[in-house]
Write a protein that binds this ligand. Structure first.
Ligand SMILES: *Cc1c(COP(=O)(O)O)cnc(C)c1O
Length: 379
C-alpha cells in the first residue's frame, strides 16, 4: 500500500468545478492582480483569524518580510525567534539587515520557550517572532506579557497554523501586531501556486502594509517609503477563498487522524516500550485536541533516520522538519552560534519525524503506517 505524505490530487478532486469557476471568473474579468477576489479573501481571513484587517501578499515568506519592513526593522536591530523552524522565519530578519537572536524551544510543543526569552533581550531588541510550529499556537500569553514589559513588537509566524487556537479559543494571527500566513500548496489552506496573507490589528499599520505591498508609493509614483512587489494574484485568492469554506472540515479530519494514530500506537505498546512519543496538544480539552490543527503530525522516535529509510522503502511518506536548526546553518555562521547552544532544538532535529496526516488519509492507511513502524522496531 502506498501512503504519500500528502495527496493534493485527492484533496482537490471533489472541488474541481468550484476551482475551475474561479479560473473562468478571472478569465472573464482579466483583473489578474489584486482583483476583487483578493479583497474578498482579505475580509474573510480577517474574520476567520479574529482580527481587524488582512492584506493578501505573494507568499508566506513575503508576508514576514513585508511585516518586518513595515515595522522599520533594520540594521542595528535584534529580533528574537526560534532556531527550530522553517528557514524563512530567520531568513527575513537577516534580509532586512537585522540580527536574528535565537531562543531554544520547549521540548513538548516545539515552540519557543517563553522562560528563556528575557535572557536574550538587549537594548537593541525590537521584535519577537514566535512560530506556531506544526499547527499549534505558541505560549502567547507569556510572550505578549514579556513583549509588553520590554516594549517589543510581536509578529506571529502562523504559516503552519491557520485556525489553530489557544485555551481561550483565540486564533493564530490575532495575538501580535501582525500574523503571517502562507498559502503554499502543502499548508492546511493552500493555493495552487504561491500566496500568503498578513493579519493586522491596527488600521494605520494595515494601511502602511497595503501601500508597501505595491512599492510604497502614495499617491502612485510618489514615494515617501520603499516597499516592493508583494502582490497576490486574483486566481490564487479566488482558489483560497473557495477552499476556506472547507477548512474546518479538513482540520477536523486531521484531528481525527491524530486521534486514530494515538489509539493505534497505544494498542501496539510502542509508546510504553519507549520507541516513540506522540505529539502533545497542550490546549487539549476533554481529550479532544481542538486546538492543534496538525499541519504536521510529529513523532519523536528512536533510530529516526533508519526508521525513515524503512518507511520510504515501504512507500510511506515520512519527512524531517527540520534536520538542521537555524543557528547551525552555514549562512548564519557570522552569528557565532555553536553546537550545544540550543540543546532542545538540536535534539528535536535529530529525533522528530512527520507522518502522513492529511484529511483524505483513511484508517486502513494509518493501520498500515503503524504496523510498518511496529515491524521496524520488533525486527
Ligand atoms: C511555509 C512556511 C513559511 C514560508 O511560506 P512560503 O509561502 O513558502 O513562503 C514561513 N514560515 C513557516 C514556519 C513555514 O512553515
Amino acid at each position: 500500500m502506498k501512503v504519500p505524505l500528502l495527496d493534493l490530487k485527492a484533496h482537490h478532486a471533489p472541488i474541481k468545478d468550484e476551482i475551475f469557476s474561479v479560473f473562468e471568473a478571472v478569465f472573464k474579468s482579466q483583473y489578474f492582480i489584486l482583483g476583487p477576489e483578493v479583497k474578498d479573501l482579505e475580509a474573510k481571513i480577517a474574520a476567520y483569524c479574529q482580527t481587524e484587517f488582512a492584506v493578501g501578499v505573494s507568499s508566506g515568506t513575503d508576508a514576514l518580510l513585508l511585516a518586518l519592513m513595515a515595522l522599520d526593522i533594520g540594521a542595528g536591530d535584534e529580533v528574537i525567534t526560534t532556531p527550530y523552524t522553517f528557514f524563512a522565519t530567520a531568513g527575513v530578519i537577516a534580509r532586512v539587515g537585522a540580527k536574528p537572536i535565537f531562543v531554544d524551544i520547549d521540548p513538548v510543543t516545539y515552540n519557543i520557550d517563553p522562560e528563556k526569552i528575557e535572557a536574550a533581550i538587549t537594548p537593541r531588541t525590537k521584535l519577537i517572532i514566535p512560530v506556531h510550529l506544526y499547527g499549534q499556537v505558541a505560549n502567547m500569553a507569556s510572550i505578549l506579557d514579556i513583549a509588553e514589559r520590554h516594549g517589543l513588537k510581536v509578529v506571529e509566524d502562523a504559516a503552519q497554523a491557520i485556525g489553530a487556537e489557544d485555551a481561550e479559543g483565540k486564533r493564530a494571527g490575532c495575538f501580535g501586531d501582525m500574523g503571517c500566513f502562507s498559502f503554499f500548496p502543502s499548508k492546511n489552506l493552500g493555493a495552487m501556486g504561491d500566496g500568503g496573507i498578513i493579519s493586522i490589528k491596527d488600521a494605520t499599520l494595515a494601511d502602511k502594509v497595503r501601500k508597501m505591498r505595491v512599492h510604497g508609493g502614495h499617491p502612485k509614483y510618489y514615494h515617501k517609503m520603499i516597499g516592493g512587489n508583494f502582490r497576490l494574484d486574483s486566481i490564487q485568492a479566488g482558489i483560497v477563498g473557495v477552499k476556506l469554506k472547507y477548512l474546518d472540515g479538513w482540520t477536523k479530519r486531521r484531528q481525527e487522524n491524530a486521534r486514530h494514530y494515538a489509539e493505534l500506537f497505544e494498542k501496539r505498546a510502542l509508546i510504553q516500550d519507549g520507541f516513540l512519543s506522540l505529539p502533545q496538544a497542550v490546549y487539549e480539552k476533554s481529550n479532544i485536541p481542538h486546538y492543534h490543527i496538525y499541519n504536521q503530525f510529529i513523532l519523536r522516535v528512536k533510530d529516526r533516520d533508519a526508521l525513515r529509510a524503512f518507511l520510504i522503502k515501504e512507500e510511506i511518506g515520512a519527512e524531517i522538519y527540520y534536520p538542521v536548526p537555524l543557528h547551525l546553518q552555514e549562512c548564519f555562521s557570522d552569528l557565532s552560534y555553536k553546537k550545544g547552544d540550543f540543546p532542545e532544538s538540536e535534539k528535536a532535529a535529530m529525533e522528530t519525524l512527520a507522518l502522513p496526516i492529511y484529511p483524505e488519509l483513511n484508517l486502513k492507511m494509518q493501520e498500515f503506517v503503524v504496523d510498518t513502524i511496529d515491524r521496524f522496531y520488533r525486527k
